[in-house]
Ligand binder design. Sequence first.
Ligand code: IVH
Length: 671
Amino acid sequence: MAERKRYEELKKQLEQLSYEYYVADNPTAPDSLYDQLLHELIGLEEKHPDWITPDSPSQRVGGEVLAGFQKVAHETPMLSLGNAFNEGDLADFDRRVRDKVGDDVAYMCELKIDGLAVSLQYEVGKYKRGATRGDGTVGEDITSNLRTIRSIPMNLQEPFTIEVRGEAFMPKQSFQNLNIKREEEGLEVFANPRNAAAGSLRQLDTKIAASRNLDIFLYAVADFGEMGVATHSEGLARLEKLGLKVNKERRLCNSLEEIYAYIEEWTAGRQDLAYDIDGIVIKVDSLEQQATLGFTAKSPRWSIAYKFPAEEVATKLLDIELNIGRTGVVTPTAVLEPVRVAGTTVGRASLHNEDLIHERDIRIGDTVLIKKAGDIIPEVIRVVEEDRTEAQQPYQMPTHCPTCESELVRLEGEVALRCINPKCPAQLKEGLIHFVSRTAMNIDGLGEKVVVQLFEQKLITDVADLFFLSGEKLVELERMGEKSVQNLLASIDKSRSNSLERLLFGLGIRHVGAKAAKVLAQHFETMDALRKADQEALIEVPDIGEKMADSIVAYFENEEVHDLLAKLEKAGVNMIYTGPKLEAIPEEALVFAGQKIVLTGKLEHMKREDAKALIESLGGNVTGSVSKNTAVVVAGSDAGSKLAKAEELGIPVWSEQKLMEYLPNEGGQNK
Ligand code: IVH
């Protein structure tokens, strides 16, 4: 049938044009021809809907709306790489390799694309499934969203059944255009192309992903051996032949010097690329040597990622602002002339304490150098002295709280200044934010912004007021529709029946963290029993020391605390422990019992302090540095040297997702 023949022809021709445009970067026809042929193809599909298959060029534009993402188990785990930060680390890597496989070794150097790792499965040459890396073992099925990336062929040049892996990313230009558009529409802008790419691929509406102009580079096959090649470089050339997009800037290097030269070239050249890279990946080229080298628990021993050094940028220090925390600690914050550093715009950076300001002699009006510690947290490294004039005078720390004007004190042995006025509005506000947070009362829908509004409009002055809020008042708040109000009231109501430890932790008694709150709640079972406990009774409880005991006694002696508890009781807030009885707590509920845990990298779903509290509630102690005594490293994205160290020492690494599986259920029990 002529129509059918034409249809198949159109499909082939459109695929070829797509390949030339998006993969080979060498278009041979004007865009208008593509549009015209696509139009014809869609016409035929409208007439014969039963002809449409998922590999049709018409299916690239999205349209499907998913209910959620299915989990996908990776048959061959998607590992990550160990990191190198300098020539010394690379030389160590090279030595380890040579010790194992001898001196005849070649390395493939590739750009480390800053996007997200994905896996593409082809069956007999047809695109069947695409997935995210997830935690390396289980990812999410994003087949439909990846189909919208034009550089992913729906059909390979040969009927191979393979799983290829690569990095999906958003080119810099697409990122810029997207943010301009979002700004115009009043939407929040994405911090960097990587977040934008990840956000796009996690859209349930595939049309959105299709509109985001994502791209991909493939850099591996789950098992290159299956392709009958002897080296990684041959493997990549085969992938190119199959019609897959492989980055052209790769280079085979025969010595460390050649590797250093490649790194140097791209450290300078990265600005001119159309996409972000965050380092260089170095891989032993011979597959046989790769097999000899093998893997550690998390990464191959035949490859390493060199990470570019943290970018240092100069900007003006406009002001030093004081922030008052929940416990009254005063943190000076640098207000900076906004500047882009390592992919995000930075306008503020913590100066930590008064001593640091004086040590680095930081003055308002100075030009300062900033970088992102661990590529995440902005930090003022030093002042650019040459730019200093007489106008910049040494910084004088205020003597009074900028919020309540009471005198600030420096407690013995502390570097921090504190506002010790318990009624200081800044502290109350932070206390409220803590009270509703996930690890405390876990009131869904009550984010920081809403709490601040409630507080500033005097709808709440203490935590108990939350339970007396009415719907009429709430709808008046910014961005609060009726539905959100209903949901919020429902979650406030639900939190009334939380087990005691959540309330205890939420009240913010000094020194009582999530873990101590749990121990206390289990031991005393009711708020009443706890408030009657004296110092002696308290220190008998495991894990409760003198300092904490004193603080608890002092807290419950306070008249205002009596009033607050009475008000909470009146509001129907539960004050009884409803978790498992002390004897009955299964061992596995305290997965980290007595162990040292290190948190590193950027967490996507939890605040750092919440993750810390969660680890403590699981019996662990969060420590700062990785050593052989560390039991587990919990690594978010962009984890740096701590993750590298963990890998080197063979310490188990958990993803944020894995930690989140241990978030308490409603009753405050662990899974
Ligand atoms: S090879 C066994 N090559 O960097 C690991 N990775 O931790 C194979 N990446 O998760 C990774 N560009 O998402 C490799 N040319 C490249 C890469 C690359 C970016 C990402 C990848 C991986 C992370 C390394």
